[in-house]
Structure formats: structure tokens, C-alpha cells
Design a binder for this molecule. Sequence first.
Ligand code: 9MR
Length: 384
Amino acid sequence: MKIIKTEFLIKVFLCLSVSSSMFASESLKEAFSEHFLMGTIWHGHDVNGKKNTFLEKEKEITLREFNSITAENVMKPHYIQPKKGKFKFKAADEMVNFATKNNLTIVGHTLVWKNSAPDWFFQDRNGNQVSREVLIERVKTHIQTVVSRYKGKIAYWDVVNEAIETKWNPRTQSYDAFYKPCPWLDIIGPEYIEISYKAAQDADPDAKLLYNDYNLDQKAKLDFALNMIRDFKERGVPIYGLGYQAHLFLREPTLPEMERVLKKSADLKIPVHITELDVSVLPNAWKYRTASVEEQYDLASKLNPYQENIPTDVLLEQSRRYKDVFKLFLDYHDTVERVTFWGVWDGNSWRDYKPMSGRTDYPLLISRSFEKKMAYDQVLSITE
Ligand code: 9MR
């Protein structure tokens, strides 16, 4: 009975539903052009250690749908300076040339991230921990070299990524937020963050500098991040805005939790960039819903329910979720300057390999066969 009812509802929905061919706008970038930039990522030639055979197709979709592009991996420190002083710019140059030629607004990602910093940053030749002065010099050199290479070409930089952590406090029955333990913090102290922003600004005074993190819909983390940004602004540390990653699930975080990010930022006049949007349809495989790359587990089949195909009602639920989320972004279009998807199409997403390898997720607007999904149509429909 329940199945028949669901099928019936889906059919009714599909009949009443919209199809992208009915819209005045022919692309996402066009539909939202008066509100915010629409971005995607540059996967490059390497996807989780395997050759990306779909780059040309991804470029085609990018040019059709988006007007901004973020480096998924090719600008991360371990990629761009794997050994001290040995910078490898080929992959990043390729992205920047593609974007510049096609007039895409470029987002550099990222300069300082615990999970992407090669060990050499923190060690001397004998493997001993370097001094505070040496590490400051190294981070400044890294930032100066990378940012100045693309000076005038990269509009926004995710300077520091994921530097805040939260932990459940059973005594207060709430989350505590604090700077995430990492070698930067151990050796330099929390000043490593402002040192990084100042170095980025010195290298390109016109680039707008963001702080980027996940789970900002968690109150403790949001308040900590906004306090940090407010404090920086008051003290003249050159930070521009907040990057809210928005790696979402079908039902989590809730819309009010997401709205809190936009509302509090708006109240403080801090611009927000939605930097890494996707909506996983899979069960949560993390300890706590997160996007941390630190957790990695063995594949569990019960956490991989749609390996063969994806039921229509799940896609329908996802399309509604996307619609609600975009309505929220539109309500706050004075604060939200950009919405970037963390992927171009379902066939190439980090969701398939983190926090366990071998899952099959469907988190984006373009399907595994390169078609526009129901979610695409729903998102496009709200500006009509
Ligand atoms: O999508 C990225 C994946 O290909 C990489 O293996 C991983 C580790 O570098 O990073 C993924 O992107 C992360 C982003 O850089 C920062 N926020 C969380 C993203 C998803 O893990």
C-alpha cells in the first residue's frame, strides 16, 4: 500500500513537475546572474589517484552552467609544494589558463590546511621540529610564491581551511569550539592564521580572502568562526568573508541551522560564500556528520544502498532539498556572493571515496549519464 502511494505521488509530481526546457534561463549561471556567482570545481587529471577520463566533458558542462571555478586539489600545499622549494605549478596553471580564457571567476583553494601540509613544513633536515621563526618563514614563502604567481587572476582565496574543531561537552551538554590541534598551532600558536592572511594580502592586495570550514551550521563552530573574523576585521587583519562549505545530507543540517549561518553573518555584515555544496543521498558514515578527511573506514554495504541504481523517490527528496536550500540562499542574496558545487556531475565526487572508498553517491545536479536531474530543474525553477 505504502509503495503504491509513493509511486502515485511521484507520478503526480512528475506530471506537475517542470522540465528545464520550459525555463527562460538556459543555465544555472544565467538563472542566478542577478543574485550570486554559480561555481563548480576543477577536478584536474587526477581523481583520487586515478586518471580522470572525463575532464573534457566536465569542462563542457562547466562552461555551459557556471561562471566561477575552484581548484579541488591542484592548489593544495601537498600538491603545489610537495618538497621544500620544489613548486609544481603545471596542474594549477592549466586550470587558471582555462578559467582566464573563459572568463570564469577563480577561487584559489587552499593555502593553509592541516590535512594538506606536507611534513617537511614542520621538520628540519634531521627530522626535528622546526622553530616558530622557521615555520613562519616557510608559510610566508609558500603563500607569497603561490599567490603572487596568480596575482590579478584569482579573485578569492580560501586562505586557511578547517582550523576550528568542536567537541561535545557532557558537563554543559553542548559543543565547545576551539582551534583545531595541528602543527601550525603547536609551533606558531593561533597567530598562524592571521600571519597567513597578512601574507596573502601582501602578495595580492586585490584578492578577497576567505576563511573556509564545514559544519558551520553547528552553533558553537559558527560563533567561534564569526568571532575570529570580527576580531580580525577590528584589528585590521585582511579577511574578507566566510566560506560555508555546505556538505549536506537529505535531512541534515536543518534549514534553520543553515539559516543561522546566513543570518548571523548578515547581521555582522560578513559576506558568505557557499564554497562546497553537495547533497549526499547516502546514510551518514561519519562519527558525527562532517566533511573531515581525517576519518576513513572500510566499506560497509549497508552504507552503500544505491550501488545499482537510485530510486526515484530519493531523487525527488533530493530535488526538494535542493530547492529549499536555494530558496534560502536567494532570501539572503545580499549576503551570499557565490554558490559553488563541490563537483560537476554525480560520476566524480569525493562522496564516493570519503569517509570510505567504493560507495556510489548522487550528490550533484548533473547525473552519472550527464543529464540534468530533477534537482537541477527544481533549482532552476525558483528564479522563474
Ligand atoms: O574533494 C577533495 C578530494 O578529492 C581530496 O581527496 C580531499 C583531500 O585533499 O579533499 C577533498 O576536498 C575537501 C576540500 O579540500 C576541503 N573541504 C572538504 C572537501 C571534501 O573532503
